[in-house]
Design a protein around this ligand. Sequence first.
Ligand code: NAD
Length: 319
Amino acid sequence: MPCSARRTRRRAWPPSSRSAPAIGRGSKMARIAFIGLGNMGGGMAANLAKNGHDVRAFDLSQEALDRAKAAGCLPAATAAEAISGAEAVITMLPAGKHVEAVYTETVFDAAEAGAILIDCSTIDVDTARRVAAAAAARGLTAVDAPVSGGIAAANAGTLTFMVGGSAAGFERAEPFLSDMGKAMIHAGAGGAGQAAKICNNMLLGATMIATCEAFALAEKLGLDLQNFYDIASISSGQSWSMTSYCPVPGIGPETPADRDYAGGFAAPLMLKDLRLAMEASASTGADTPMGRRAAELYEAYVAGEGADKDFSGIIQTLR
Ligand code: NAD
C-alpha cells in the first residue's frame, strides 16, 4: 500500500531516528553516491551538493564528471569508490540494461548494509522489479523513483518523484528526494514507480497527439486558433497538453512551440516511454490501442524530422 499521498519538499535530515539509516545518523549532511550525471543527473547531483550533502559522483563521461565537480560534487574514479561509505546511492542512467548492469556489477557489492538505493532512471517495470527483488535478497533496501519534469525541473530542484518500494524504503528515500524535487508520491511496491511513470507518459503521448489533431482540424475548418484555444481550454477537451504545453506557437503559456520546438521533452524520450508502455501492455495482456497508435506516430516522427525536436513538434506533421 502507498504510505503517503504527497509530500512537500525540504524536510530536515534525518527524517526521524526510527527511519534514519545507520550511517550518518543525526547529521544533516549525508554522504551520497550519484551515478549517471547526464542531462538530468547532473542537475540533480548539483542540487544535493547545494543542499549541503557530500556527493561522490561517477559517470563514464569525463565531461560529465568535470561539470559535476564544478557544481560542488566530488568526482570518483569508479562507481565502487563513489558508493563505498555512502548512506544513499542514487542512479540516473539511460535504460534498464544500464541500471541492471550497474546494480549487479557494482552497487550490490559496494553498497553499505544500511544504505538506501534509489534508482531515478526511467526503465521497464520488469527490470525494476528484478532489481528490487535482488536487492531484497541481499538484505538491501531499494526503491525505484522515476521523475516527472525535464531538465529544467532537474536543474531547479522541482522534480516530482513516483516511488516504488516498501513504506520503509519510501521513508528513507524521501529526505534525499526532497532535496531534488517538489513532490514525492509513494506508488506501491518495487516497480510501481516505473508503472505509474509509463502509464502517465502513455496518457501524455496520446493526449498530445489528440490536442495536435484538434488544432490541425480546427485550422482546416477555418477557426482562429487562439479563439479555439480560448474555448477548448475551458471546455471538456481541456488537458495539460493544451493549457500547460500548447503545441501551437504564440498560444497559451510559453512552450517549446515558441522556440521552433527546441528543448523541452525530446520526442525520442517520449518514444522511449511509449515503447516501455507497449512492452508492459504486452507482458500484462493490457489492451492499449491509443497508446499503440501514439507509439507508431512517434516512431515515424522520430525517424523523420522529430529526432531532435520537442515531443509537441509532432503537430507539424499533422497541420
Ligand atoms: P543522459 O544520456 O543525458 O545521461 C545518462 C548518463 O549516464 C550519461 O552521462 C552516461 O555517460 C551515464 N552512464 C551510462 N552508463 C553508465 C554507467 N555504466 N556508469 C556510469 N554512468 C553511466 O540521459 P538523461 O536525459 O539524463 O536521462 C536519464 C534518465 O532520466 C533516463 O532514463 C531518461 O529516460 C530519464 N528522464 C529524462 C528526462 C529528460 O528530459 N532528459 C525526463 C524525465 C526522465
